[in-house]
Ligand binder design. Sequence first.
Ligand code: ZN
Ligand code: ZN
Length: 80
Amino acid sequence: MELVCPICNGMVVYLLRCAHCGKQMENKGTITEFLDDYSAYLDLNITERVDGAAYDKCIHLFYCENCNYDKRISVQRVKI
Ligand SMILES: [Zn+2]
Ligand SMILES: [Zn+2]
């Protein structure tokens, strides 16, 4: 079995409303995609530890274009 993020794998769609304006926030992808170039060469597990996230969590960034507000959501990975 493998631990995967259901959002990254398209199994679920996570909809989040902005806490400020109530508009639907955009899923900008995972936090690891926003780390600098050096992080791209790190092992995924190391990257997650650096980012302070647990191994079984995938951190997604949601963004509201209206208020320039972003929020990190930790998604529980599931076994497939
Ligand atoms: Zn994910
Ligand atoms: Zn907003």
